[in-house]
Design a protein around this ligand. Structure first.
Ligand code: F6R
Length: 365
């Protein structure tokens, strides 16, 4: 049941500290602070390329993972929506690994892309929430997300646990490839161990999200989300969540793309949600923020205390999140995006758990 929550979506958002913790129990040894992946039938050091394929939200998890595998393991990674990969039939290199990401494990396009990659002699690793699913059965290795059943049609806890698993995999790959020092691994493991507490703190800032949703987002016709680096896929996910459950038109963009078109949309009616943890591209996203401000856009800033000190007075609303290692930030910054979408949907009176036209699992094309 929904417990004391009004909707499954809200219950599942609130479950994230616990299910991220459960997932970490499986992939991280708290005593040694080392990542512990199940035995893999391949050596990361010999992997020529990683191809990640998935649909929708699961594909955004793959996009975040691309930043992680590239940075931590110096691996070259392609990410493609499964419906394109399966018909495009690209050549996949010998010694490649294909990672299929799916909550249900039954998404038809993801399954077909997996079969194509398998025929191209890729090793198939799946990140799934349902271990008995078709995608799990057809994989060489299964890395389960321990999110528990996800009932709300909009994916929430499945996404953050997918990210958790993919980050531990990227850390393991970095270790095996000698691109990640023991000190860096220990630092990231420590940051992961602290993550459930930070997520807990973030979900509990409930009133803030409700006010922004009621006073700003639910009144808008269009909403933009922008981010850079690994915050770019978080912007895409934030926009998808909002459009799915509130039916408000929303788009996510890489901050650097604003000047190449989307900034033409900005006027005083368009809220822009800026995903801006203090990281190596903060100054760049800050300049996108200022460009939007100069054109009268309504800025909703998600950042940490340092970012808020720098830009907060120019935003109409600032969500101040706990300061975390920038590598972990995409997991944490997803949570306020989910809650903004949720409260906007509630304010608009839409069917949050069962949005029109959507099915929980897309098993037919
Ligand atoms: C969005 C959402 C969908 C799914 C997509 C893939 O909230 O739920 O975009 O992420 O349909 O589904 P799975 O992960 O079951 O393959």
């Amino acid at each position: 049941g929904k417990g004391n929550h009004r909707h499954f979506m809200l219950k599942e958002i609130y479950e994230q500290p616990a299910v991220i913790g459960d997932t970490l129990q499986t992939y991280l040894d708290p005593a040694t602070r080392a990542v512990t992946l199940p035995a893999l039938p391949f050596d990361w050091a010999k992997v020529s390329r990683v191809t990640i394929t998935a649909c929708g939200t699961a594909c955004f998890a793959g996009m975040v993972a691309k930043y992680w595998f590239e940075k931590l393991a110096r691996l070259s990674v392609e990410v493609e929506v499964a419906s394109e990969l399966r018909y495009r039939e690209p050549p996949l290199p010998e010694g490649g690994v294909c990672i299929a990401v799916s909550q249900s494990g039954e998404t038809i396009d993801t399954l077909a892309a997996l079969r194509y990659a398998k025929a191209q002699k890729q090793i198939i690793v799946s990140v799934v929430n349902v271990p008995e699913s078709a995608i799990a059965r057809e994989s060489h290795v299964v890395l389960p997300t321990l999110a528990g059943p996800e009932i709300g049609v909009a994916s929430t806890k499945a996404f953050t646990t997918q990210l958790t698993v993919l980050l531990t995999a990227a850390i393991a790959a970095g270790r095996a490839r000698g691109t990640l020092t023991a000190a860096d691994e220990a630092r990231l493991a420590h940051a992961l161990i602290e993550l459930p507490a930070h997520v807990n703190e973030t979900v509990n800032m409930e009133d803030q999200y409700r006010h922004i949703a009621e006073d700003i987002l639910s009144e808008a016709r269009d909403v933009l989300y922008i981010g850079r680096g690994s915050s770019f896929p978080v912007a895409l996910e934030g926009a998808l969540k909002l459009k799915e459950v509130s039916y408000i038109h929303a788009e996510g963009y890489a901050g650097g793309e604003m000047k190449h078109g989307p900034i033409a949309l900005i006027d005083e009616l368009v809220p822009v949600v800026v995903v801006a943890p203090t990281d190596s591209v903060f100054d760049k996203i800050a300049s996108n923020f200022e460009q939007v401000k100069a054109r009268g856009g309504k800025l909703i800033l998600m950042t940490d205390a340092k970012g808020a000190a720098r830009l907060g007075d120019q935003a109409i609303a600032t969500i101040v999140l706990p300061a975390v290692d920038p590598v972990i930030a995409p997991i944490l910054y997803t949570v306020p995006a989910q809650l903004l979408a949720y409260h906007t949907a509630v304010a608009k009176g839409t069917d949050v758990d069962q949005p029109r036209n959507l099915a929980k699992s897309v098993t037919v094309e």
